[in-house]
Design a protein around this ligand. Structure first.
Ligand code: 5GP
Ligand code: MN
Length: 326
């Protein structure tokens, strides 16, 4: 399903953009990228951007200081564009603006997205929402600031152009963005690889206390509220822990649990080759992609790990059956 930006914006005076809760690199990059483009190319439209907050590492992007982190009473927007967000609930505090808007649109690449807006541009095979935004823009009109935001989004959701979602089109988009004169290496270094002391410490603890389960085919680690307090960490400090767990040789699946409240865990799942973690996340009411997904589960850490393990074993059983038939 394609989308034509000029048609979408036709006749609109007030437009709002928003992304998912706990915004990651792609969410911030795609949302700010589109925001900067609209501000530059459609100055007659009043455009505003809503995000739960931009993690410190991403604040190098232009437009960060204009992001609204709360809602002030205002009349409904003519158009609300929701980015990198698979369902309305994940829009968090901005979901009320989405619901009130005269018209809605969604740009996303989550396999779990059920096309909940009036206009939907959902491509599950796309590397990132930032790559999708790139395809919507007039390439000649992309500014350096917009290119930086989109490049960051693509780099993050592809694990710096390494995950299997990286296609020739992804690399072509990245090349076109680099031609805008951006410093791609600095963006990747500052927003992806650079870690604060606290981030490294909590990563270290998560790795040290990780456990191999399911015949060493799965690795799991838990960060509790107590750990967060001890390290004075914020949720965005946990970014990257699950990817590091996933690197473990011999492990197909990485499970990372962050205790957000008593007996409530934000679960991050990653796989390498054959486990469809989006199926597991969706089974538990979450969503995501085949190789990266998440959900929120209640219970003790032990319960949560057991429940997820059962779903992995279920897929393992199905795979065995298929392998035997082949
Ligand atoms: P992460 O583990 O980095 O938080 O998320 C991995 C992927 O799964 C992302 O694409 C993210 O949007 C999606 N995801 C994570 N948690 C949830 C959730 O609770 N609900 C839904 N629908 N998607 C999630
Ligand atoms: Mn994304």
């Amino acid at each position: 399903m394609n989308m034509v930006l000029t048609d979408l914006l036709n006749g609109k005076k007030r437009v709002a953009l928003g992304g998912h809760v706990r915004p990651d690199g792609d969410c911030v990059g795609s949302t700010l990228g589109l925001y900067l483009y609209l501000k530059e190319q459609y100055p007659e439209i009043e455009t505003e951007v809503y995000l739960e907050g931009v993690p410190k590492a991403f604040q190098i992007l232009c437009g960060t200081e204009e992001v609204k982190t709360e809602i002030h009473p205002c009349k409904p927007y003519d158009l609300f564009i929701c980015l990198d967000c698979g369902d309305i609930k994940r829009l968090g505090f901005a979901s009320v603006l989405f619901e009130q808007a005269e018209e809605t649109a969604c740009i996303d690449h989550h396999i779990s997205n059920e096309a909940f807006a009036d206009s939907n541009y959902i491509v599950p095979d796309a590397s990132s929402t930032a790559e999708l935004v790139f395809t919507l823009l007039d390439k000649g009109k992309i500014s350096k600031a917009c290119a930086e935001a989109l490049y960051m989004g693509i780099a993050h959701d592809t694990g710096v152009f390494q995950y299997s979602c990286t296609s020739p089109e992804t690399m072509e988009a990245a090349a076109e963005l680099l031609r805008k004169g951006i410093d791609g290496n600095a963006i990747i270094d500052k927003t992806y690889y650079e870690k604060t002391y606290v981030q490294n410490q909590i990563l270290g603890k998560a790795l040290l206390e990780s456990m191999l389960i399911l015949d060493k085919r799965c690795i799991v680690s838990v960060v509790t509220r107590k750990d967060m307090e001890f390290f004075r960490a914020v949720p965005s400090d946990l970014e990257g822990i699950v990817s590091q767990l996933r690197q473990t040789k011999g492990c197909e699946v990485a499970i990372f649990l962050h205790e957000t409240e008593l007996h409530t865990f934000k679960v991050s799942l990653r796989s390498k080759e054959w486990v469809d973690v989006s199926r597991i996340a969706r089974y538990f009411g979450g969503g995501g992609h085949v190789r990266a997904a998440g959900c929120i589960l209640k219970g003790t850490a032990h319960d949560v790990i057991n429940n997820i393990s059962r779903q992995i074993l279920h897929q393992l059983g199905q795979k065995k059956g298929q392998d035997e038939k082949a």
